[in-house]
Write a protein that binds this ligand. Structure first.
Ligand SMILES: [Zn+2]
Ligand SMILES: [Zn+2]
Length: 181
């Protein structure tokens, strides 16, 4: 599989217990749907993450077309924006994979941090976000070092795409009408 952004061949890598495909050049990460679902059992002890309300508001998620190709099934990826944040996720409604580039990951951390400032969370959650911020701000961001990264991705996938069939339908239409080949 090749990187949707820079066409470099993606490398198989383990993050926690799941396999992802990472671009050695731009550090983007491709998550297959199956892999994210497999992560379920191993993250149940961290359920307090699910309390984040950030992804809950269905009308705030918007799908739009994007000029990137799914590394797996080669159809067009669809960008999902989440209003009032800089969060943008690239999603393939056909194979249900998620592409996150380095900038997108930073936006997710920022959105989580902003939410964290307005609410009271356990010390565990706060410590984890601090850890994520340090990794992102470091000279060589390496997402697999953040232990809760996979949990956040799973939560995002669940809220945005499984709980929100309308968004999924919208994304499917955008993918089908995007001329990318
Ligand atoms: Zn790349
Ligand atoms: Zn696909």
């Amino acid at each position: 599989m090749d990187c949707p952004s820079c066409s470099t061949e993606l490398e198989r890598k383990m993050i926690r217990e799941i396999e992802v495909d990472e671009c050695p050049d731009c550090k983007g990460i491709w998550f297959e749907d199956d892999e994210l679902r497999k992560a379920k059992d191993s993250t149940d002890s961290d359920l307090n993450w699910i309390d984040f309300e950030i992804w809950k508001h269905k009308d705030r998620a918007k799908a739009r077309s994007k000029d990137l190709q799914c590394p797996d099934c080669r159809k067009a990826l669809v960008a999902i924006d989440y209003s009032d944040t800089d969060v943008e996720i690239d999603y393939c409604p056909s194979c249900k994979g998620i592409w996150l580039d380095k900038g997108e990951f930073k936006s997710i951390i920022k959105a989580l941090t902003d939410e964290l400032l307005t609410k009271s969370f356990s010390d565990y959650v706060k410590a984890s976000i601090e850890e994520a911020k340090e990794i992102v701000a470091g000279p060589e961001p390496f997402l697999s070092e953040w232990k809760d990264f996979v949990t956040v991705c799973r939560m995002m996938q669940y809220r945005l795409f499984i709980e929100n069939p309308k968004l999924l339908e919208e994304a499917m239409i955008i993918q089908q009408t995007n001329p990318i080949k």
